[in-house]
Write a protein that binds this ligand. Structure first.
Ligand code: ADP
Ligand code: MG
Length: 339
């Protein structure tokens, strides 16, 4: 008798969900991205116990239509793309159609949503990708997702979660990153019943940075703005007075998407070697806008890594931009011979 068996659907879904939802911060990130994709202007994020027991994300965006609600929680269902070609034109943060399905397979989900032309809103309870109950409610336009008891059905995963404090800090980190990268949306972040971040929309970038990262940070930045090969790079880089012991204050956004990229970090750090102490890292908030067909965002389910078609151009543009901006900005002590 053969040994190979087809896995049952619940097991398949749980395995797939584990790839997208590693920990509470994955849920928060996916939900905020959905809110941004839905053209929201105001997003509130609330967490309790490091997001393990409770996560709520409320937005005032487009909402989900009644007839779409079922599909929204099915794997590989998305309103953001229909062919593989679309992937290389994509401007939205989501495209895999996996987040809501995954979340509903590893936690208890409740959704409230209303589109602008619907008369009433909908309140639904979702379990393992299925709408269990649905009722009409009065609610404003937009969507609220409440996610409770993460990994209640995956005890081993649950055990691997860190302390509430560590998980909360990781969530804060991602909320700050997304808030920083989105000038036109206001964010409110409530952590264990305390409002810890509140941003206003439509400020200029410098004021926005000040409101999120504080005075010391924002007063030691130099503006960067550079364009070559159709790659536009703009934002702020630190001067020689601002550095940190890790890379947590290196913010990189490609076409609005927050990403991690050690090669970009290294390219920038090279210019600081003689300016800041050893084992310290410069800080920057860097927006890179480029033709979406020259990048691949579909490298990893969490979409935080990216592949560039023209690597060398990107790094050369970053290198030049930082060199041209950083050196003139430094306050060089005046030394020299007397006339
Ligand atoms: P993706 O974002 O990759 O499309 P998701 O599973 O995150 O996949 O979401 C599925 C679909 O549900 C989205 O394509 C979108 O149409 C809808 N949706 C999810 N969250 C929201 C929201 N906050 N506001 C409006 N629509 C949403
Ligand atoms: Mg999504």
């Amino acid at each position: 008798m053969g040994k190979i068996r087809l896995l049952d659907n619940i097991t398949i879904q749980k395995i797939a969900a584990g790839e997208v939802i590693e920990r509470p911060l994955s849920i928060v990130k996916e939900l905020i991205e959905n809110s941004l994709d839905a053209n929201s202007e105001n997003i509130t994020i609330e967490i309790k116990n490091g997001g393990k027991s409770y996560i709520r994300v409320t937005d005032d965006g487009d909402g989900i239509e009644d007839e779409d609600l079922n599909l929204a929680f099915k794997r590989h269902s998305t309103s953001k793309l229909s062919t593989i070609e679309d992937l290389y034109r994509i401007r939205s943060l989501g495209f895999r159609g996996e987040a809501l399905a995954s979340i509903s397979h590893v936690s208890k989900v409740e959704v409230m949503t209303k589109t602008s032309n619907a008369i009433g809103g909908i309140h639904a309870i979702v379990e393992e990708g299925e709408i269990k109950s649905k009722e009409v409610i009065g609610c404003p336009k937009g969507t609220t997702l409440i996610v409770k008891d993460l990994f209640y059905n995956l005890p081993v995963r649950k055990e691997f979660l860190k302390s509430d404090l560590v998980e909360s800090n990781q969530i804060s980190d991602i909320v700050y990153k997304v808030a920083l990268g989105n000038l036109n949306t206001s964010f409110k972040f409530i952590r264990d019943d305390k409002v810890v971040l509140k941003t206003s929309k439509n400020n200029d970038m410098k004021t926005h940075i000040y409101s999120i990262l504080g005075k010391e940070f924002s007063s030691n930045l130099t503006q960067i703005n550079f364009e070559e090969y159709g790659i536009h790079l703009h934002g702020y880089i630190s001067n020689n007075n601002l550095y940190r012991s890790n890379r947590n204050h290196q913010y990189i956004y490609i076409n609005g998407r927050y990403i991690n990229n050690i090669n970009i970090s290294n390219t920038i750090e090279n210019h600081y070697k003689s300016l800041i102490p050893l084992n310290r890292f410069p800080c920057f908030i860097l927006f890179i806008e480029l033709d979406p067909s020259t990048i691949d965002v579909n490298i990893h389910p969490t979409k935080q890594e990216i592949k560039f078609a023209n690597q060398s151009e990107i790094f050369s543009v970053i290198d030049k931009a930082v060199k041209d901006t950083l050196y003139p900005s430094l306050s060089v002590p005046k030394v020299g011979f007397k006339e």
